[in-house]
Design a protein around this ligand. Structure first.
Ligand SMILES: Nc1nc2c(ncn2[C@@H]2O[C@H](COP(=O)(O)OP(=O)(O)OP(=O)(O)O)[C@@H](O)[C@H]2O)c(=O)[nH]1
Ligand SMILES: [Mg+2]
Length: 341
């Protein structure tokens, strides 16, 4: 099997100095390189290959929840705590609804300047614009870049609406769902499958009524979920050492409950490290990235074949027959390839 042998000196002239800069810990290079990834500049894939070979597997924490739940405010406070622990932090705010990127979302611009003196925090917003390989692929490329840059922890904020974002956030090592007081009904309906993806719930805006009862409802739902899982596993006697999602109350604006939240993240991380789930999660993320890239490449091949055989797209043919004919050489090649293995 081939392993990447892309050398830094072989990179595109524009990208080589940026990759070197990133590996030397230069923020401006990181920022420019991320723009190249977002724009799909020529050679950016090779740049990511080199960065990947320098990545160490930085810890990632996904923060998701409905619009206005307080994710960004919470992320700010989390960054403060992580910095107090002398950890360097990268923040990626994924905002598919925004046409802007590169930290030009107002809130993020404000945050970036307010922290500009702290060189150990790097904020970046990513919008839906551009992204040859899709938003999820670009986000993971940025994770690799921040990892190679040397960040100790990467926080990924997404609104958690839509398939793309769920895909992004569930690839994080630890997933935190930010819920609001009174969110019990939504959770009951398991909107967006949040019960399945949450490792930790933050019931934020706990200065409003109903936070405690929402936390209790969540805990109940979690218990029912775990009981179901156990009874489905067919061995009711065995008590599997499953992670039980933690529920924490927070008031992000007042910086309350943030320590407990960090403790919950740490406990989860420790659990998945010991149980082997961390390796599984990362294996899944790797596979997902490969599938995304592969399907993009196959799309390109498909386009080329359609262009070359426009003669099949005539009124006396039909779309199924035409596509079956076009895919035949691919199928043969794949069968041969799998046989040779
Ligand atoms: N009362 C109260 N307000 C809060 C709390 N946390 C955040 N807010 C406010 O809620 C509003 C939204 O906060 P954000 O942090 O921007 O929320 P978000 O989830 O990042 O929002 P989007 O990124 O737009 O989805 C802001 O006005 C915050 O000041 C809290 O714990 N209590
Ligand atoms: Mg936000």
């Amino acid at each position: 099997m081939n392993v990447s042998d892309t050398n830094i000196e072989d990179l595109d002239d524009d990208l080589r100095p940026l990759v070197k800069g990133v590996l030397n810990g230069e923020q401006l290079s990181l920022s420019r390189l991320i723009s190249s990834i977002e724009n799909g500049d020529p050679g950016y894939r090779d740049a990511v290959k080199v960065l990947h070979s320098h990545a160490t597997g930085t810890r990632t924490i996904g923060i998701t929840g409905q619009p206005g739940a307080g994710k960004s405010t919470l992320v700010d406070k989390l960054v403060d705590r992580l910095r107090e622990q002398d950890l360097t932090v990268g923040v990626i705010a994924v905002d598919p609804s925004s046409p802007y990127s590169g930290g030009s979302v107002l809130g993020d611009r404000v945050r970036q300047t307010s922290r500009s003196e702290d060189r150990d925090v790097f904020f970046r917003s990513m919008s839906a614009r551009g992204h040859v390989g899709g938003l999820a692929a670009a986000t993971f490329d940025v994770v690799h870049a921040m990892d190679a840059f040397g960040k100790d922890v990467i926080l990924i904020e997404t609104v958690g609406a839509g398939q793309n974002e769920v895909e992004i956030v569930r690839a994080a090592d630890t997933v935190c769902v930010v819920a609001l007081p009174g969110a019990g009904d939504d959770v009951q309906a398991n909107k967006a499958g949040i019960l399945e993806i949450a490792d930790v719930f933050a019931v934020n805006k706990a200065d409003f009524d109903g936070a405690k009862s929402t936390a209790l409802e969540l805990q109940q739902m979690i218990r029912i979920g775990q009981d179901l899982e156990r009874s489905n596993s067919g061995d009711p006697v065995e008590e599997p050492a499953n992670w039980v999602p933690r529920v924490e109350l927070t008031v992000a604006t007042k910086d309350e409950g943030v320590d407990d939240l960090i403790n919950a993240f740490d406990a989860h991380y420790e659990h998945i490290e010991k149980s082997g789930e961390l390796a599984e999660t990362r294996g899944r993320r790797f596979e997902q990235e490969v599938r995304t890239h592969l399907s993009n490449e196959l799309d390109e091949l498909g386009d080329a074949v359609v262009e070359a055989h426009h003669d099949l797209l005539t009124a006396d043919n039909d779309p199924y027959t035409a596509s079956e004919e076009l895919v035949t050489p691919f199928r043969r090649a794949v069968e041969d390839y799998l046989r040779d293995d």
